[in-house]
Design a protein around this ligand. Sequence first.
Ligand SMILES: [Zn+2]
Ligand SMILES: [Zn+2]
Length: 111
Amino acid sequence: MAKVVGLLKHTAAAKKFYWSSAWKKCRASYIQSVFGLCERCSKPGGIVHHKEYIDHTNVDDPSITLNHENLELLCQTCHNQEHFEKGGVTRRDVMFDDDGNLIQRSEGDER
Ligand SMILES: [Zn+2]
Ligand SMILES: [Zn+2]
């Protein structure tokens, strides 16, 4: 598991934020504004991604975290692509859940 520590650290920093009511409101209104569809493939999307990734340096900055300009609604597939391909992480056995937590991908979920 040593290889994913960086990502887990990132989500730990963001975890408090993802549970905040300000984010939940922002997320809900953003999803409505794009009709709940993934902005890359137009499938129903469920993950509001931050174009500028959230980490411990900007998690308290609402102009990053709560700014619709910095948000993008993605489906699970596109969200995984964004993080794993851009970030150069090639692991396929982990994925992000709705709250941005890195979780173990269940077997047979590969598409
Ligand atoms: Zn998509
Ligand atoms: Zn993301």
